[in-house]
Ligand binder design. Structure first.
Ligand SMILES: NC(=O)c1ccc[n+]([C@@H]2O[C@H](COP(=O)([O-])OP(=O)(O)OC[C@H]3O[C@@H](n4cnc5c(N)ncnc54)[C@H](OP(=O)(O)O)[C@@H]3O)[C@@H](O)[C@H]2O)c1
Ligand SMILES: *[C@@H]1O[C@H](CO)[C@@H](O)[C@H](O)[C@H]1NC(C)=O
Ligand SMILES: *[C@@H]1O[C@H](CO)[C@@H](O)[C@H](O)[C@H]1NC(C)=O
Length: 314
């Protein structure tokens, strides 16, 4: 009788015995919970331009999976609605913030201010602005119409900065906010037959480098993203020198990074407050270095590249 009494541990003994298990487990869970840096994205208001396809669409999925309240913008309402319903039908994500869609054509500069006021009126603020929309270009500079030069610059540069300036006062007022500019490796180095595109991305990089310094004292952050090729429809949608659609899926684009990989890196950069990131293979990084350290060699390589490509459809 007394034996069994001593063999079965009582409640207090059980508690005491479990201490070495429960305490480390609790510490581990607490640590995991609090150190999950993505948690700070929960319910943040994120406005994404060009959310109707490619990288923008994938970014929408990434931010949505971290609990963000999304504002998806682009020209095509049908595509935006498709992205929205794709997001809502994700069974693996619990997000109480329903995404909202808004048609915004960045070429139409006059509407940008009004759309921004509407957004701020409804949501009260934008925590993270992702300037992602963009259009590419393929052509020889000397035969490219001024119209195409303007159009690329309007979407990739003037549209982005107009939207940024429309949202910025509210960020400054709240003393918080994060502006992300999706530039390109071509915002760092220029390659042949991309004059309008590479010029627009260089301009974007310069503008946001300036802005970063100016608004740091207001606690508003700027991140510039410079990716190499990504598997999207960018080259299909590119303009040629006469304004027609290029309509070809480039091999370089097809062999590029997956949009998922790039989107994950971008979200990570936002969470870590990185000022700029280059998402590119070694040869592209080497080219960026070469352009500044030994420009003569870089220019020679580009001349050879242009000669090689001159005959073919670029
Ligand atoms: N793919 C690459 O290899 C690569 C490499 C480096 C950087 N990037 C950059 O990544 C960004 C996203 O491009 P992507 O690769 O995802 O190409 P994409 O699939 O062609 O997406 C471009 C997006 O921009 C939007 N857009 C185009 N013109 C617009 C306008 N006038 N007003 C508003 N939105 C407009 C499009 O939406 P609507 O058609 O609905 O307007 C679309 O959602 C661009 O800034 C691009 O320069 C891409
Ligand atoms: C590219 O365009 C095609 C046809 O419009 C579409 O089905 C496809 O989903 C697009 N791809 C991306 C990555 O956006
Ligand atoms: C525009 O340029 C493309 C490629 O450069 C060419 O195939 C097309 O015929 C041109 N269109 C017009 C209307 O000139």
């Amino acid at each position: 009788m007394s034996n069994t009494k001593y063999n079965i541990p009582n409640v207090w003994e059980l508690c005491f015995l479990s201490v070495p298990i429960i305490v480390p487990l609790a510490v581990y869970m607490f640590e995991k919970c609090c150190s999950n840096k993505y948690r700070k994205l929960n319910s943040k208001v994120v406005l994404i331009t060009g959310a109707s396809s490619g990288l923008g669409e994938t970014l929408a999925h990434e931010f949505y999976s971290h609990g963000c309240a999304l504002i998806l913008t682009g020209r095509s309402n049908t595509e935006l609605e498709r992205v929205k319903s794709d997001l809502l039908s994700r069974s693996d994500v619990k997000n109480v913030n329903k995404p909202c869609t808004l048609v915004l054509d960045l070429i139409d500069q006059a509407t940008i201010e009004g759309v921004s006021q509407k957004v701020l009126g409804v949501f009260g603020r934008v925590d993270i602005l992702i300037n992602n929309a963009g259009i590419s270009y393929r052509g020889r500079a000397e035969v490219t119409t001024a119209e195409v030069d303007y159009q690329v610059m309007l979407v990739n540069y003037f549209g982005q900065i107009a939207l940024t300036k429309a949202i910025l006062p509210s960020m400054i007022h709240h003393k918080s906010g994060h502006i992300v500019a999706i530039s390109s490796v071509q915002g760092k180095i220029a390659i042949p037959f991309r004059s309008a595109y590479t010029a627009s991305k260089h301009a974007l990089q310069a503008f946001f480098d300036t802005l970063r310094a100016e608004i740091a004292r207001h606690k508003v952050k700027v991140t510039v993203i410079s990716p190499g090729y990504i598997q999207t429809n960018l080259s299909l949608n590119a303009l040629t020198g006469n304004g027609s659609k290029y309509g070809i899926m480039d091999e370089s684009t097809m062999d590029g990074y997956s949009a998922e990989y790039v989107a994950q890196r971008i979200v990570e950069a936002v969470v870590n407050n990185e000022q700029e990131i280059i998402i590119a293979p070694f040869y592209a990084r080497l080219a960026i270095g070469l352009r500044y350290i030994w420009p003569r060699v870089y220019f020679w390589i580009m001349k050879c590249r242009a000669e090689r490509q001159a005959g073919q459809k670029m």
